[in-house]
Design a protein around this ligand. Structure first.
Ligand code: NAP
Length: 282
């Protein structure tokens, strides 16, 4: 009799070699006793749909999607969750028994769960998001549903921020959700400042005024580890005492995807603890 084979899952991106997703999902599988393997695959720009369809045909059960393929994953999925439809981007794909491809976006719920871990309440708070790319799209619906006092999207290219604010008008009026350029930031402070730009690992940092934070604000960079340090150092120097990188969000969005695929929600705290230990020890 042949040995049972583990179910197969993967993450696709380009580049992908630094992805922590295989490690995270392997830890989840060990913790919950699920029989699966999870690997990282480099996608080819322009061939996303062909590659993903071939992987599913070979028996892949589910796929996480990262930069730069989230919009293509959105276009590929035949069945979309409400949060994926709003975000216009998909980070979790799977196929049902009728071979229909489903798409969801777990980035926003992952971010909000990490805010809960950090003890931050969204209701009636003032929030600034720097950046208007795919990550910001994923955060907007769950953040707005938390009823902040105001949410401002600020982007290097102001038109992209304005287009995003317009796209979410059905959830929030202009008094609650607004947009501006990075060079026309509001003159008051915010309770939460999120760096959702792709500046973390690049040469150019953000040139931000100190008044954006107050001593009790939370500064949160979606990037984890070394890439978050320039933004978090700015916040500290500006007098803000609470800061976090995006490792908790990464683990939480993965846990939500795992639970969609496997029907069991893993405990995230021990996995976050282990990864934090490894990253800080590097
Ligand atoms: P994206 O769609 O490529 O958007 C990039 C954003 O960064 C745009 O708003 C862009 O502004 C801005 N930007 C790029 N270079 C800049 C510069 N030099 N100065 C100012 N703004 C600049 O990327 P994304 O998918 O939104 O991802 C953003 C970051 O979040 C990435 O670093 C990603 O790794 C991270 N992320 C983390 C998690 C997690 O689980 N922790 C999940 C998702 C994403 P323009 O519009 O003007 O070009």
């Amino acid at each position: 009799m042949s040995e049972p084979r583990p179910d197969r899952y993967a993450v696709v991106g380009n580049p992908i070699h630094h992805s922590l997703s295989p490690r995270i999902h392997t830890l989840f599988a060990e913790q919950t006793g699920q029989f699966l393997v999870y690997d990282a695959r480099q996608g080819t720009p322009g061939q996303f749909a062909e590659e993903v369809n071939a992987w599913f045909a070979e028996g892949l059960r589910g796929l996480n999607v990262t930069v730069p393929f989230k919009e293509e994953a959105f276009a590929l999925a035949r069945q979309l969750s409400d949060r994926a439809r709003h975000a216009g981007a998909v980070n979790t794909l799977w196929r049902d028994s009728e071979l229909q491809i489903h798409g969801d976006n777990t980035d926003g719920i992952g971010f909000c769960r990490d805010l809960e871990r950090l003890g931050f309440q969204v209701r009636d708070r003032r929030i600034l998001i720097l950046g208007a790319g795919g990550a910001t799209r994923g955060l907007l619906q769950p953040l707005l549903e938390g009823a902040p006092e105001t949410l401002v999207i600020a982007n290097r290219t102001p038109e992209r921020a304005e287009a995003l604010a317009e796209a979410f008008r059905d959830i929030a009026p202009a008094t609650r959700l607004s947009a501006c350029g990075l060079n026309r930031l509001p003159s008051h402070s915010f309770d939460l400042v999120i760096n959702a730009t792709a500046t973390g690992l690049g040469q150019d940092g953000l040139d931000l005024p100190d008044h954006l934070v107050h001593p009790d604000s939370l500064a949160y960079d979606l990037v984890y580890g070394a890439g978050a340090q320039r933004f978090l150092a700015w916040a500290r120097n500006a007098g803000c005492t609470h800061g976090s990188d995006g490792l908790g969000m990464l683990v939480e969005q993965a846990a939500e995807a795992f639970s969609i695929w496997r029907g069991v929600h893993p405990e995230t705290a021990p996995v976050l603890h282990e990864l934090r230990h490894e990253i800080d020890g590097q």
